[in-house]
Design a protein around this ligand. Sequence first.
Ligand code: ATP
Ligand code: MN
Ligand code: MN
Length: 353
Amino acid sequence: MRKLASIQTVNAVEPIPNADAIEKIRVLGWWVVSKKGEHKVGDKLVYCEIDSLLPVRPEFEFLRPSSFKPAQTDASGVETLPAGFRIKTVKLRGQVSQGICFPLSLLPAGAPDEEGADATDLLGVRKWEPPLPVGMGGKVKGGFPGFLPKTDETRVQVLEAALLRHQGKTFYVTEKLDGTSFTAFLRQGEFGICSRNLWMDEADESNVLARVAKGLKLEEKLRAAREKLGHDVAIQAEVIGPGIQKNKYALKEVTLRVFSVLNVDTYRLVDHPVKLAVLADMGVEPVPQLGMIMLNHTVDELVAFSEGTSVLNPQVQREGIVLRPLVEEYDEDIGGRLSFKAINPKFLLKYDE
Ligand code: ATP
Ligand code: MN
Ligand code: MN
């Protein structure tokens, strides 16, 4: 689980050129701008990652002018996310700043204070999620099925140790697209589709994902893939186009780009080259492939690598990159499949509202 708020140590303090009142501090693999002299190397603090939604509390009121978000409700008026203060990427005097730091005294007496301790629930921090986009309604069949992995990716900034441990391995790099997550599966004869968190009714075409599945004949294609591969198959993809995430890539039609093909019987990813062959066979496009690297990179180098424009539209900053080994493997820090993302700071500054 992602620790949005945790106890961390200041790893470095560095000046920002042409700024006398502020400096940057390093926490995990993140740079955070702070008041000069406020922190020194070795200090412990409470760190809240970007996308934290801090609760409405007097200590956080200074964030109201820049960061207040009203409560969100679903179609029937039930609250899905409380009001709060949303932490996002900012740029100060040319320096990208990601996250926010507080003194340990923010925590109630007796709270854990060892490095890495999770303070998310203790502080009532929630994960900021943008409101449900239009077209994402429709009939829900249930929660995300337990027989498939969810599509989240871990941020490289919390994987400094893992980058060293996996040094020398080959990773393939894909463009991270900014649309909406989609899963289609075939399991024991049953076809189904899912959004990021829900199993949706594939027959209710008021939902954009149901329309995409039908338009691309995904059920038929998954049945054919099943015959070929000899096991049940799922694909996980990003749906992009008009009506989704402001259609950044200025596409004419809603479409999808696949990042994972799964063996549903074993709960494992199909190996990268086989996946590309399977997709070619199905006539379904993968996410843009940016090539292979031999991992020998720092967090900052991978963040620099994430910068660039999208393969889908060279006028647009890409959201970032996703790195994975060619064959699925487990990582102890991720607590799951080795795979991670580096988000392009220029994208966050431009689009992340
Ligand atoms: P959201 O957009 O729902 O707020 P996110 O994009 O920030 O979430 P992460 O967990 O950070 O979510 O990243 C994983 C998501 O990125 C996946 O759920 C998938 O929808 C999307 N994605 C887009 N392109 C890729 C790609 N090339 N490889 C893997 N995931 C991708
Ligand atoms: Mn996100
Ligand atoms: Mn996304």
